[in-house]
Design a protein around this ligand. Structure first.
Ligand code: NAP
Length: 257
């Protein structure tokens, strides 16, 4: 169990925990022994995931209807997590994200701003909301879920890629600033993970081939599973990962090296 040391119980907060990668991370951290807050815009999805964890005997509470792009909602959610779970969030996983596909010249201000608001402002707000509690505890773990597309670039997704590249920059800078306070900050850029987001892109013909076609072109010959990302996240938030910070830990089947 990594979420607990003698006389101590730790709280983990996962944004976008109702679906895909966030769901797998929330379930894994609950299994690891963290009192886990499952945050999502979708209230029912968050509740389903928290209930799934509780059914397995783990501690998890849903916080639905939270839009990560809205600072007052973020501050309120972080306060409620602390009150409900009996301690500040010492683990933060910024996973909630949205994607969009548009040719560069067709990207509107509205689309650009929405992508930035969710994918970059959201993690900024959450980090500012939880870091004071981590500093008081002298311990914290932040994992930002970015994207392999920010390593390689991706046509027709300039806004999404820019937001995720910004998240990598935020990660590296915070790692330098927060290391002395006992807080590590890392990013996992997933690549080609089989989730509702990926299947939606497949259905809309945006992948340039089916998921199974791309799986055949992937060095490990399969698509990623949300649990692959959750396993890396579990390590990064553990006690033994205390010397790992400011890192970009790719989990992508070898598609990006
Ligand atoms: P997903 O299945 O669509 O899950 C994303 C979750 O985030 C959904 O539950 C969604 O809720 C929630 N969310 C979206 N906007 C939100 C907001 N403003 N406030 C709170 N929650 C919000 O996607 P996924 O594939 O698991 O992606 C998870 C993360 O991994 C994202 O940051 C994504 O960019 C990143 N990623 C995924 C892949 C991949 O291959 N799947 C690759 C690279 C990066 P709703 O359903 O209500 O919108």
């Amino acid at each position: 169990m990594t979420g607990e040391r003698p006389g101590e119980r730790r709280t983990a907060l996962v944004t976008g925990g109702g679906s895909g990668i966030g769901r797998a991370i929330a379930l894994r951290l609950a299994e690891d022994g963290f009192a886990t807050a499952v945050l999502d815009l979708d209230t029912e999805a968050a509740e389903r995931v928290a209930e799934e964890a509780r059914q397995k005997g783990h501690e998890a509470v849903a916080f639905g209807g939270v839009d990560v792009s809205d600072r007052p909602q973020v501050d309120d959610a972080v306060r409620r997590v602390r009150e409900t779970l009996g301690g500040p969030a010492l683990v933060l996983v910024n996973n909630a994200g949205v994607s969009a596909t548009q040719g560069f010249l067709k990207i509107t201000d509205e689309s650009w701003n929405r992508i930035m608001a969710v994918n970059l402002n959201g993690p900024f707000y959450f980090c500012q909301a939880v870091v004071p509690g981590m500093k008081d505890a002298g311990w914290g773990r932040i994992v930002n879920i970015s994207s392999s597309s920010a390593q390689s670039g991706q046509q027709y997704m300039a806004h999404y890629v820019a937001s995720k590249a910004g998240l990598i920059g935020l990660t590296k800078s915070l790692a330098l600033e927060l290391g002395p306070a006992g807080i590590t900050v890392n990013t996992i850029p997933p690549g080609f993970v089989d989730t509702p987001m990926l299947r939606d892109s497949e259905e809309r013909g945006l992948l340039g081939g089916s998921v199974s076609h791309h799986a055949e072109l992937t060095p490990v010959r399969r698509a990623g599973r949300p649990e692959d990302i959750a396993a890396a996240c579990s390590f990064l938030v553990s006690e033994e990962a205390g010397y790992v910070t400011g890192q970009v830990i790719g989990v992508n089947g070898g598609r990006n090296t």
